[in-house]
Ligand binder design. Sequence first.
Ligand code: LLP
Length: 420
Amino acid sequence: MLPGSPYVAYRDARLHVEGCALDDLAARFGTPLYVYSRAAMLAALADYQRALAGREHLICYALKANSNLAVLQLFARAGCGFDIVSGGELERVIAAGGDPAKVVFSGVGKTRTEMRRALDAGVMCFNVESVAELEVLSQVATAAGATASVSLRVNPDVDPRTHPYISTGLKGNKFGIAHDEALAAYRRAASLPGLAVQGIDFHIGSQIVDTGPYLDALDRMLDLVESVEAAGIALHHLDLGGGLGITYTDERPPSAEALVGALLARIDERGHGKRRILLEPGRSLVGNAGVLVAEVLYLKPSAVRNFCIVDAAMNDLLRPAMYEAWMAIVPCAQRNTPAQTYDVVGPVCESGDWLGRERALAVEPGDRVAVLSAGAYAMSMASNYNTRGRAAEVMVSGTDARLIRDREQPHELFRGEHLL
Ligand code: LLP
């Protein structure tokens, strides 16, 4: 069994996503190639939906994880709202047919231009991260003759026990409003023109594999809800953020159903069961649904290490270089020859350009390999470093494969640049 998704599996020694062999897709669309399983994405969503059935809720997919328009369209049609963090993401949601009235706008550094555009588009709520932002949003809304619905992102100061770069709910992170300053911030919000307090939110980090930190954050948030309401400010929704982890290797995160079930049980226990629930999952909806296919260009043995040089690089998949993230790398066609240990690296001119270290692989030049669980924070973090065009993306459904993003061509990379 491969780690990750049941929709990615070997059949007759050939790696498939649903009913499509990756070698066939690579021959048809070229490499590097991102391939996503539609069924895996919908199954991940269904897991959340089951947990929330019968309760007033909105699942706001955090599109920073994978913002391809076809992915957004899939989730929009399945009833999702969206969690955005930029004006660019808002335009993507609109272009994909998403409903701005189901959008929450997060992020510590919203500009006035982004706020104005979001108000004009009619987003559901601004998740505000500082008192300074409240003041500016009030000015922008007043000038536009609009009312901005707001939720304050509180920083509960709990440790999500994940990579330091992706933990966000600890004192000393740039995110959210400190727990002990939140009541005063709500009072300020309630007093400012152009703002309507709607709810409260937290997001404590990403790739979280325990329920404990969520329950701690929730308890601290509910304490605050009680004191804010005692001050006469009504809160209509609780936004519990995203952050649920996936299996890259041997992680055993709770299922979405189990995690959300535990959170709802605590909410009910504390008498807050009538409130609308918002969630902002990203990785857990798309991460295991995707793979990155690359072709082996060269094998380069050396006295110290063997390198397997492939045509995908850190510009296509930054997570290993940036977080030392471990992502499985497997051949698209299994060979019966003995495996060798390789560092799998790309063509980019950086020693940090590696996709996996010390991996046992039986491969030859011309073979293809797949990096698993690459549906989240992979293509969405891709860059054009070394003037490399970004990879193509394909969505698979059964035996049907659709190109959902063209491979970027060199001339597109310098379009918009000017000679002196
Ligand atoms: N809501 C907010 C306010 C967020 O900042 C994030 C992610 C999410 C929701 C979705 O979190 P998720 O369910 O995907 O964990 N690039 C890193 C992950 C950065 C996450 C940033 N914020 C990685 O590749 O691991």
